[in-house]
Design a protein around this ligand. Structure first.
Ligand code: ADP
Ligand code: MG
Length: 697
């Protein structure tokens, strides 16, 4: 099918794939599975990677460690078990009279790819082993019978679906790129392209699918990575601007008198970082637009007191403040802390969680609506529709990292909007806070309160268990308390209980039989948990055997010991949170983590955990090892995924895009300039819905 002259460029781009050259109804169905319906979808279906065919070599031309591609026939396949869960796959490739052996370790699924006699193309770094050339984990492409190795120089590789081969996909997309690229309208003004050294869109599309060389390919990729990040930065700033214009809040200034009255309540001097955060928050809360601030601080850095300050600032101006915690346990702990600090004041506090009886809930709601309660502390129960505040001035969300760009809407109320403070103890990688949390201002607590002792972290050796327990008992006898974290069990709550119960049984009849133990897990009732926490707080329970429910927020400064079992099952952030439980007082903390490191990744993770206690450093290395993960996925936050940008890799481009977006919007706050209309339209098309930008006029 040819492009016909009487169609507009937009109509051309919307041509259903079925009518495109080399597609037809059958392939159209396959493409549909990849979400590709129209010509334009194929144009923007970027390759996952590339194979550099300019490096196609004969076996006798190979050089040690120089990346190449080699074409040959599968001669022999040999598969071996090399230990529990370990395997090795060797595939011998013949090229005329020469041989190359390719190897895969612990990737049994690779076996299915090969049959003897098949022609394949391998790309990787060769190594000479004795007299034979080998390639470990090369990239493989199976060639159809009689098919020549592809001729272009740099070949794109696309995501595929069953029934669709790489060569076919390449031909289809390559053809479309050639014929349709120029129908795509440029979104950037020419001067902007020139200034930023960006390839024009048509050229960039052609080069990304059929690069003439590495330089052109890099330029093409850079253009799309930049564009993607730039669009998002524009959207975030536009949203911020829009909220600023639309939303009004009460101005709640921290006058000298109020400030002094609040500080008097705290039992300690604030750290410099706490002072700084409080100053930033006070500045925000004085504005008639809502504060939207993220307070990030490592575990134990003292976020609660900053939150307390903000809440009391609202109360000083006869407003209510709500504090939302992720678990009931934590909500109750906050009530305890606040009640202690506020015992001499007239501030009225109420707990609002799912476990209140219907009658209790009704009374509490009435009091909140009547303004008889100043501080409402609770869980998600706070945001339910029937909760009417008399005059809500501030909402604080504790230990929450899901609370990105999109989740604030739920808490808006009629009339004036409250100020918002979100707190997280999982330091957020910089690129994430610039994107998912891009419209939040950030305050950071890096210092820990004075007098804090270091936490020593050990990777436990099975042979040394007795020694560790001996040390554990010695510290308990000195008056300290401790935790034993039972191994995390997959999903099933029943297994989880079993795992804690059996850890408890073993310890109570073994290493810790002389001490008072308690058990804490997710299946217990709220009253049970609360009673156990109180007993642990008071020292009545010396050792808490628990699941990772103690992970967030629990604050018992006298607890300085922790044994973690099954450490390989925990993520780095989780391990760090757990360790945070024993670094809260004036005695040094000791953590011993036992693990059967069943993979390189687990090994690396545990080593990183032992190496540093700096949560920010750990967050970055976790991010580099594993990428953003679920918690920080765009999808989780209701945003469209990136097609090409990668936040672990493209942080420099992100910085640039962010600066540029700010500059552009400073000059043209709503992108109203004539030459930016198309750009604006595209940004809204992509982010308008997800970020509620729809009516940016
Ligand atoms: P997190 O940031 O992990 O939520 P918390 O707010 O629970 O930390 O504080 C951890 C512990 O440090 C608490 O016991 C708290 O009372 C104490 N703390 C907080 N700030 C200070 C300070 N400036 N000086 C001394 N102790 C402090
Ligand atoms: Mg906390």
């Amino acid at each position: 099918m040819n492009t016909s002259a009487d169609k507009s460029p937009v109509e051309q781009l919307l041509t259903p794939v079925q009518y495109l050259k080399g597609v037809g109804p059958q392939r159209a169905e396959l493409l549909e599975r990849l979400g590709l319906r129209r010509a334009v979808d194929l144009l923007f279906f970027f390759p996952r990677g590339y194979q550099d065919m300019s490096e196609l070599r004969e076996v006798q031309q190979l050089e040690e460690n120089v990346p190449v591609s080699v074409c040959g026939v599968v001669e022999e396949i040999d598969e071996r078990n090399t230990g529990p869960g370990r395997s090795m796959l060797g595939v011998l490739i013949r090229q005329e009279t020469q041989f190359l052996r390719s190897l895969w370790f612990n990737q049994p699924h690779m076996r299915q790819k090969f049959t003897v006699g098949q022609r394949v193309l391998l790309s990787g770094k060769p190594r000479l082993n004795g007299l034979r050339w080998e390639m470990t984990h090369p990239r493989v492409e199976v060639l159809a019978a009689g098919e020549d190795p592809p001729s272009g120089r740099i070949l794109p590789t696309y995501a595929l679906t069953e029934g669709l081969t790489q060569p076919a996909m390449r031909r289809i997309v390559g053809g479309i790129a050639e014929l349709y690229s120029d129908f795509v309208e440029e979104v950037f003004p020419a001067s902007f392209l020139a200034e930023k050294n960006l390839l024009p869109i048509g050229e960039a599309l052609r080069q990304i699918h059929a690069p003439v060389g590495n330089n052109q390919l890099e330029l093409a990729r850079r253009r799309f990575i930049y564009q993607e990040l730039f669009f998002m930065q524009l959207a975030l700033r536009m949203r911020r601007h829009k909220l600023q214009l639309e939303q009004r809040s009460s101005s709640l200034p921290a006058t000298a008198k109020i400030d002094a009255r609040i500080r008097r309540l705290f039992p300690f001097e604030l750290t410099g970082d706490q002072q700084q955060a409080i100053a930033e928050i006070s500045r925000d809360m004085q504005c008639e637009h809502p504060m939207n601030r993220l307070l990030q601080g490592d575990v134990g850095s003292g976020k609660t007191v900053v939150a307390e300050y903000a809440m009391l600032l609202a109360v000083a101006h006869q407003h209510q403040a709500a504090l939302m915690a992720p678990t009931e346990l934590l909500a109750r702990q906050h009530v305890r802390t606040l009640s202690r600090d506020l015992r001499e004041s007239r501030v009225r506090i109420a707990l609002l969680t799912g476990s209140l009886s219907a009658a209790e809930r009704r009374t509490t709601l009435e009091q909140i609506a009547a303004g008889e309660i100043d501080l409402i502390i609770g869980t998600h129960a706070i945001v339910q529709a029937d909760v009417q505040f008399q005059r809500l001035g501030l909402v604080i969300i504790d230990e929450q990292h899901r609370f990105g760009v999109n989740q604030r809407a739920a808490l808006r109320q009629a009339g004036l909007d409250p100020h918002y403070l979100v707190m997280t103890a999982t330091p957020i990688p910089r690129t994430i806070s610039m994107t998912l949390f891009g419209d939040l201002d950030v305050s950071t607590l890096k210092q820990t309160p004075p007098g804090r002792q270091a936490v020593h972290t050990y990777l436990g050796e099975e042979g040394q268990r007795a020694k560790w327990w001996e040390f554990f008992r010695k510290k308990l006898r000195e008056g300290r308390q401790g935790y034993v974290i039972a191994p995390l069990v997959d999903d099933s709550a029943d297994l989880e209980v079993q795992s804690v119960e059996s850890a408890y049984e073993n310890l109570a009849n073994g290493e810790l039989e002389a001490f008072r133990l308690g058990v804490l897990h997710g299946r217990q009732s709220t009253e049970e948990k609360e009673a156990i926490m109180l007993a642990f707080n008071s020292g009545e329970i010396q050792v808490l055997v628990a699941t990772s429910v103690v992970e967030v927020g629990i604050d018992v400064p006298n607890a300085t010991l922790m044994t973690i079992e099954g450490g390989q099952r925990f993520g780095l952030a989780q391990l760090h949170q757990l360790r945070g439980r024993v670094s809260r007082g004036s005695h040094p903390g000791y953590v011993c983590v036992y693990a059967t490191a069943n993979s390189d990744e687990a090994q690396q993770r545990l080593q990183a955990f032992v190496r540093t206690t700096d949560g920010f450093e750990l967050a970055e290395s976790d991010f580099q090892m594993r990428g953003p993960g679920d918690l920080f996925s765009l999808k989780q936050h209701g945003l469209p995924p990136f097609r090409i940008a990668d936040l672990t890799r493209d942080s420099e481009v992100l910085d640039e895009a962010r600066t540029d977006a700010r500059q552009m919007l400073d000059a043209s706050p709503n992108l109203e300039a004539e030459e930016l209309q198309l750009l604006k339209q595209r940004v809204l098309l992509r982010y308008g819905g997800a970020m509620e930008l729809g009516d940016v006029g």
